[in-house]
Design a protein around this ligand. Sequence first.
Ligand SMILES: *Cc1c(COP(=O)(O)O)cnc(C)c1O
Length: 246
Amino acid sequence: MGAIAAALQACHKRIDSACHAAGRSENCAHLMAVSKTFPVAAIREAYAAGQRVFGESYLQEALPKLEQLADLDIEWHFIGPLQSNKTRQVATHFDWVHSVAREKIAQRLSEQRPAGMPPLQVCLQVNVSGEASKSGVEPDAALALARAISALPNLQLRGFMAIPEPGLPLPAQRGRFRQVAALLDSVQAAGLPIDPVDTLSMGMSDDLEAAILEGATMVRVGTAIFGARQNIVNNHIAINQLEQAS
Ligand SMILES: *Cc1c(COP(=O)(O)O)cnc(C)c1O
Protein backbone atom coordinates (compact mmCIF):
# COMPACT_ATOMS: atom_id res chain seq x y z
CA MET A 1 0.00 0.00 0.00
CA GLY A 2 1.31 3.46 -0.86
CA ALA A 3 2.04 6.06 1.79
CA ILE A 4 -1.03 8.15 0.98
CA ALA A 5 -3.37 5.16 1.00
CA ALA A 6 -1.94 4.10 4.39
CA ALA A 7 -2.31 7.63 5.76
CA LEU A 8 -5.92 7.77 4.59
CA GLN A 9 -6.62 4.50 6.32
CA ALA A 10 -5.02 5.80 9.53
CA CYS A 11 -7.12 8.94 9.26
CA HIS A 12 -10.33 6.96 8.93
CA LYS A 13 -9.29 5.02 12.03
CA ARG A 14 -8.80 8.26 13.96
CA ILE A 15 -12.19 9.51 12.80
CA ASP A 16 -13.92 6.27 13.72
CA SER A 17 -12.40 6.13 17.20
CA ALA A 18 -13.25 9.79 17.81
CA CYS A 19 -16.83 9.13 16.68
CA HIS A 20 -16.93 6.17 19.02
CA ALA A 21 -15.50 8.21 21.93
CA ALA A 22 -18.13 10.87 21.27
CA GLY A 23 -20.91 8.30 21.35
CA ARG A 24 -21.67 9.03 17.72
CA SER A 25 -22.09 6.54 14.90
CA GLU A 26 -19.02 5.22 13.10
CA ASN A 27 -18.10 7.42 10.16
CA CYS A 28 -19.91 10.33 11.80
CA ALA A 29 -17.63 12.85 10.07
CA HIS A 30 -16.78 12.98 6.37
CA LEU A 31 -13.13 13.32 5.46
CA MET A 32 -12.04 16.14 3.17
CA ALA A 33 -8.47 15.71 1.90
CA VAL A 34 -6.80 19.13 1.79
CA SER A 35 -4.44 18.94 -1.16
CA LYS A 36 -3.14 22.53 -1.29
CA THR A 37 0.54 22.69 -2.28
CA PHE A 38 0.51 19.00 -3.31
CA PRO A 39 0.77 17.89 -6.93
CA VAL A 40 -1.93 16.18 -8.98
CA ALA A 41 -0.05 12.88 -8.68
CA ALA A 42 -0.68 12.90 -4.92
CA ILE A 43 -4.38 13.63 -5.52
CA ARG A 44 -4.60 10.77 -8.01
CA GLU A 45 -3.01 8.47 -5.45
CA ALA A 46 -5.57 9.45 -2.81
CA TYR A 47 -8.35 9.07 -5.37
CA ALA A 48 -7.14 5.57 -6.27
CA ALA A 49 -7.40 4.76 -2.55
CA GLY A 50 -11.06 5.79 -2.59
CA GLN A 51 -10.93 9.47 -1.55
CA ARG A 52 -13.45 11.62 -3.44
CA VAL A 53 -13.70 14.92 -1.49
CA PHE A 54 -10.79 17.34 -1.82
CA GLY A 55 -10.18 20.86 -0.55
CA GLU A 56 -8.03 23.62 -2.02
CA SER A 57 -7.19 27.05 -0.60
CA TYR A 58 -5.40 29.00 -3.32
CA LEU A 59 -7.26 29.62 -6.54
CA GLN A 60 -4.26 30.16 -8.81
CA GLU A 61 -2.79 26.90 -7.61
CA ALA A 62 -6.09 25.03 -7.68
CA LEU A 63 -7.46 25.89 -11.13
CA PRO A 64 -4.80 24.11 -13.21
CA LYS A 65 -5.01 21.12 -10.87
CA LEU A 66 -8.78 20.92 -11.29
CA GLU A 67 -8.33 21.02 -15.03
CA GLN A 68 -5.74 18.26 -15.03
CA LEU A 69 -7.99 16.13 -12.85
CA ALA A 70 -11.19 16.71 -14.82
CA ASP A 71 -11.31 13.01 -15.72
CA LEU A 72 -11.90 12.10 -12.05
CA ASP A 73 -15.19 12.24 -10.18
CA ILE A 74 -13.99 14.60 -7.45
CA GLU A 75 -16.12 16.83 -5.23
CA TRP A 76 -14.10 20.05 -4.94
CA HIS A 77 -14.30 22.29 -1.88
CA PHE A 78 -12.86 25.80 -1.76
CA ILE A 79 -11.62 26.56 1.77
CA GLY A 80 -9.27 29.51 1.27
CA PRO A 81 -9.49 33.26 1.69
CA LEU A 82 -12.21 34.61 -0.57
CA GLN A 83 -12.23 38.12 -2.04
CA SER A 84 -14.52 39.60 -4.67
CA ASN A 85 -12.08 39.03 -7.50
CA LYS A 86 -12.16 35.26 -6.89
CA THR A 87 -15.88 34.63 -6.67
CA ARG A 88 -16.49 33.93 -10.35
CA GLN A 89 -13.88 31.18 -10.55
CA VAL A 90 -15.04 29.64 -7.30
CA ALA A 91 -18.67 29.73 -8.45
CA THR A 92 -17.70 28.16 -11.76
CA HIS A 93 -15.32 25.41 -10.68
CA PHE A 94 -16.19 24.29 -7.16
CA ASP A 95 -18.99 22.25 -5.61
CA TRP A 96 -18.64 23.72 -2.12
CA VAL A 97 -17.17 26.82 -0.53
CA HIS A 98 -16.44 26.98 3.22
CA SER A 99 -15.05 30.47 3.60
CA VAL A 100 -18.01 32.80 3.05
CA ALA A 101 -18.12 35.53 5.67
CA ARG A 102 -19.79 38.50 3.94
CA GLU A 103 -23.15 38.97 2.28
CA LYS A 104 -21.65 40.77 -0.69
CA ILE A 105 -19.40 37.81 -1.46
CA ALA A 106 -22.36 35.46 -1.18
CA GLN A 107 -24.42 37.61 -3.57
CA ARG A 108 -21.63 37.51 -6.13
CA LEU A 109 -21.27 33.74 -5.80
CA SER A 110 -25.01 33.32 -6.33
CA GLU A 111 -25.08 35.66 -9.36
CA GLN A 112 -22.01 34.02 -10.87
CA ARG A 113 -23.01 30.40 -10.38
CA PRO A 114 -23.43 29.17 -13.96
CA ALA A 115 -26.96 28.26 -15.06
CA GLY A 116 -27.51 24.53 -15.14
CA MET A 117 -25.15 23.76 -12.28
CA PRO A 118 -26.57 22.61 -8.95
CA PRO A 119 -26.57 25.28 -6.22
CA LEU A 120 -23.16 25.99 -4.73
CA GLN A 121 -22.99 24.40 -1.26
CA VAL A 122 -21.97 27.01 1.30
CA CYS A 123 -20.56 27.05 4.80
CA LEU A 124 -20.13 30.33 6.65
CA GLN A 125 -16.73 30.79 8.17
CA VAL A 126 -17.09 31.86 11.79
CA ASN A 127 -14.43 33.60 13.83
CA VAL A 128 -14.30 31.83 17.17
CA SER A 129 -10.82 33.11 17.99
CA GLY A 130 -11.63 36.73 18.81
CA GLU A 131 -8.75 39.12 18.23
CA ALA A 132 -6.45 36.22 17.27
CA SER A 133 -8.13 35.95 13.88
CA LYS A 134 -9.34 38.35 11.24
CA SER A 135 -11.15 35.74 9.16
CA GLY A 136 -14.78 34.85 9.50
CA VAL A 137 -18.04 36.40 10.57
CA GLU A 138 -18.37 37.21 14.26
CA PRO A 139 -20.62 34.70 16.04
CA ASP A 140 -23.06 37.52 16.93
CA ALA A 141 -23.62 38.30 13.27
CA ALA A 142 -23.70 34.73 11.98
CA LEU A 143 -27.42 34.05 12.25
CA ALA A 144 -28.34 37.19 10.32
CA LEU A 145 -25.83 36.32 7.61
CA ALA A 146 -27.16 32.76 7.46
CA ARG A 147 -30.67 34.14 6.91
CA ALA A 148 -29.53 36.45 4.13
CA ILE A 149 -27.63 33.68 2.40
CA SER A 150 -30.46 31.21 2.64
CA ALA A 151 -32.50 33.61 0.48
CA LEU A 152 -30.01 33.59 -2.41
CA PRO A 153 -31.19 31.44 -5.31
CA ASN A 154 -28.04 29.69 -6.45
CA LEU A 155 -26.52 28.94 -3.07
CA GLN A 156 -27.47 26.31 -0.58
CA LEU A 157 -26.47 27.09 2.97
CA ARG A 158 -25.13 23.93 4.58
CA GLY A 159 -23.58 25.11 7.85
CA PHE A 160 -20.50 26.59 9.44
CA MET A 161 -16.74 26.32 9.19
CA ALA A 162 -14.16 27.41 11.73
CA ILE A 163 -10.37 27.39 12.12
CA PRO A 164 -9.42 27.92 15.77
CA GLU A 165 -5.99 29.41 16.37
CA PRO A 166 -3.33 26.65 16.50
CA GLY A 167 -1.66 25.38 19.65
CA LEU A 168 -4.65 25.49 22.00
CA PRO A 169 -4.94 22.87 24.75
CA LEU A 170 -7.74 20.36 24.25
CA PRO A 171 -10.34 22.01 26.53
CA ALA A 172 -9.90 25.34 24.73
CA GLN A 173 -10.12 23.63 21.34
CA ARG A 174 -13.34 21.99 22.43
CA GLY A 175 -14.68 25.32 23.67
CA ARG A 176 -14.09 26.93 20.27
CA PHE A 177 -15.76 24.06 18.44
CA ARG A 178 -18.67 24.08 20.90
CA GLN A 179 -19.37 27.70 19.95
CA VAL A 180 -19.63 26.71 16.29
CA ALA A 181 -21.92 23.81 17.11
CA ALA A 182 -24.14 26.17 19.11
CA LEU A 183 -24.51 28.38 16.04
CA LEU A 184 -25.65 25.46 13.95
CA ASP A 185 -28.19 24.65 16.65
CA SER A 186 -29.47 28.22 16.63
CA VAL A 187 -29.83 28.25 12.85
CA GLN A 188 -31.65 24.95 12.94
CA ALA A 189 -33.91 26.25 15.71
CA ALA A 190 -34.60 29.42 13.75
CA GLY A 191 -35.95 27.26 10.93
CA LEU A 192 -34.51 28.85 7.81
CA PRO A 193 -36.62 28.18 4.72
CA ILE A 194 -34.17 25.69 3.24
CA ASP A 195 -32.67 22.49 4.43
CA PRO A 196 -30.60 20.61 5.23
CA VAL A 197 -28.39 22.97 7.21
CA ASP A 198 -26.42 20.06 8.53
CA THR A 199 -22.70 20.72 8.28
CA LEU A 200 -20.08 21.53 10.87
CA SER A 201 -16.82 21.83 8.95
CA MET A 202 -14.24 21.77 11.69
CA GLY A 203 -11.17 19.82 12.73
CA MET A 204 -7.82 19.48 10.98
CA SER A 205 -4.81 17.16 11.37
CA ASP A 206 -4.06 18.35 14.91
CA ASP A 207 -7.50 18.83 16.37
CA LEU A 208 -9.93 16.54 14.59
CA GLU A 209 -10.65 14.54 17.76
CA ALA A 210 -11.74 17.66 19.67
CA ALA A 211 -13.88 18.73 16.70
CA ILE A 212 -15.60 15.36 16.42
CA LEU A 213 -16.32 15.35 20.16
CA GLU A 214 -18.16 18.63 19.59
CA GLY A 215 -20.14 17.44 16.59
CA ALA A 216 -18.00 17.98 13.46
CA THR A 217 -19.59 16.40 10.40
CA MET A 218 -16.68 17.17 8.07
CA VAL A 219 -13.00 17.30 8.98
CA ARG A 220 -10.46 18.98 6.69
CA VAL A 221 -7.18 17.08 6.79
CA GLY A 222 -4.01 17.91 4.88
CA THR A 223 -0.78 17.13 6.72
CA ALA A 224 -1.93 13.81 8.17
CA ILE A 225 -2.71 12.55 4.65
CA PHE A 226 -0.13 14.12 2.36
CA GLY A 227 2.68 14.94 4.81
CA ALA A 228 4.15 18.26 5.85
CA ARG A 229 3.77 21.12 3.41
CA GLN A 230 7.24 22.20 2.30
CA ASN A 231 8.17 25.84 2.38
CA ILE A 232 4.68 26.72 3.27
CA VAL A 233 5.41 30.36 3.97
CA ASN A 234 7.32 30.83 0.75
CA ASN A 235 4.71 28.96 -1.22
CA HIS A 236 1.96 31.12 0.17
CA ILE A 237 3.83 34.31 -0.51
CA ALA A 238 4.43 33.17 -4.08
CA ILE A 239 0.81 32.18 -4.51
CA ASN A 240 -0.44 35.44 -3.04
CA GLN A 241 1.75 37.36 -5.43
CA LEU A 242 0.37 35.34 -8.32
CA GLU A 243 -3.16 36.04 -7.17
CA GLN A 244 -2.56 39.74 -6.79
CA ALA A 245 -1.01 39.89 -10.25
CA SER A 246 -3.98 38.16 -11.82
C1 LIG B 1 -4.54 23.89 5.21
C2 LIG B 1 -5.93 23.82 5.76
C3 LIG B 1 -6.41 22.66 6.39
C4 LIG B 1 -5.56 21.41 6.62
O1 LIG B 1 -4.68 21.61 7.69
P1 LIG B 1 -3.74 20.43 8.23
O2 LIG B 1 -3.28 20.94 9.54
O3 LIG B 1 -2.64 20.27 7.25
O4 LIG B 1 -4.57 19.21 8.34
C5 LIG B 1 -7.71 22.67 6.83
N1 LIG B 1 -8.52 23.75 6.67
C6 LIG B 1 -8.09 24.88 6.09
C7 LIG B 1 -9.02 26.03 5.95
C8 LIG B 1 -6.79 24.95 5.62
O5 LIG B 1 -6.37 26.09 5.04
